[in-house]
Design a protein around this ligand. Structure first.
Ligand SMILES: NC(=O)c1cnc(N)c2cc(Br)sc12
Length: 318
């Protein structure tokens, strides 16, 4: 096969497999059986082996890197990865809404989202390519875990967006992956992980990406750090745009016009929490309008325009 023909075939296979991967891992709606995905992936691997100069960084074959790292590089976050103030009851939520209302003349809409119990991470894309992934760290400096994050199939290796976009989300281990991992650790007489958050954090802190690749991690994206020339004016628009770009966003978010509606959402998900296939440890409530967020600003530690309602600690099962 000529190199030109191989290039075309590789591009077509790469595009097809990227679509299949998106349908399976982001939409949870595969359009082809696993066997067809595997067959096309083997075909791409054979072509890339014959024409290695045609391999691109966003090829579906490039998810699991080569050698383990010696250590993780430090990463400076250009926009701090914030931590949220906590609310523990309805009164705290009402106090939050009152303070926010005192800080702006316009009516406030809130966005409620499930607070995923995982590891906060930052993803950077330059001219559409996934170039760096980092942990939150202390909010200012995190660790470069790009090679481990590349193994999370729901993270796109390329997107249709020019310039630099840095977005935030929570990497997590679904219940099914957590149970399977602890069963395997038990069989190997290894210490089980105490909970999915520790398992996710432990997996992403592995220096060998081949280990992270086996942990069946997932991610929900929910925020923006840097986004050159973004014209978006609300958090809800950002969530919709992240989804349109091919990112996995949590579908349970809701726009609320009053704190009563926020409290209803909290009550609903307090009851529904056991039916989710991933851990949540609360509800995040944000002011939707970005100008109002800027007007409200920050306290020394956290934004005045967001709060994390924390579920009461679960009774230890005796
Ligand atoms: N949707 C969200 O904003 C969200 C979800 N899950 C989380 N663990 C966190 C943490 C911060 Br800080 S924000 C946030």
């Amino acid at each position: 096969m000529e190199k030109q023909q191989a290039q075309e075939k590789i591009e077509n296979l790469s595009k097809l497999l990227t679509t299949y991967n998106y349908e399976y891992h982001v939409l949870d709606k595969p359009s082809v059986p696993d066997a067809e995905y595997d067959e096309k992936l083997q075909e791409l691997l054979r072509l890339e082996e014959k024409f290695p100069t045609l391999i691109t960084s966003d090829s579906p074959t490039q998810r699991v890197g080569g050698e383990p790292l010696g250590s993780f590089q430090k990463v400076q976050h250009n926009v701090s990865m914030l931590s949220l103030g906590n609310a523990f009851n309805e009164g705290d939520l009402r106090d939050f809404a009152r303070r926010a209302g005192d800080g702006t003349d316009n009516p406030i809409s809130y966005i409620c989202e499930l607070k995923i119990d995982g590891l906060a991470v930052s993803l950077t894309y330059q001219n559409g390519k996934f170039v760096r992934g980092a942990t939150r760290g202390d909010g200012e400096v995190g660790e470069d875990i790009t090679s481990n994050l590349r193994t999370i199939r729901s993270i796109p290796l390329s997107i249709e967006e020019t310039g630099t976009i840095e977005i935030r989300g929570e990497a997590f281990m679904p219940h099914k992956s957590f149970l399977a991992l602890n069963e395997a650790r038990h069989a190997n007489e290894e210490e089980p992980f105490a909970n999915p958050r520790n398992a996710a954090a432990g997996s992403l802190r592995q220096l060998d990406p081949r280990i992270a690749a086996k942990r069946n991690l997932d991610i929900f994206l929910y925020g923006v750090g840097e986004w050159e020339d973004s014209q978006l004016t609300s958090h809800s628009e950002r969530l919709v745009t992240l989804q349109e770009l091919g990112f996995k966003t949590n579908p349970e978010w809701k726009k609320c016009s009053t704190i009563e509606e926020v409290i209803e959402y909290v009550d609903y998900w307090t009851a529904q929490r056991p039916h989710l296939h991933y851990e949540i440890d609360g509800i995040v409530v944000k002011v939707d309008d970005l100008d109002q967020q800027e007007e409200l600003g920050f306290t020394a530690k956290s934004p005045r325009w967001a709060i994390a309602y924390k579920f009461p600690a679960e009774e230890a099962v005796t």
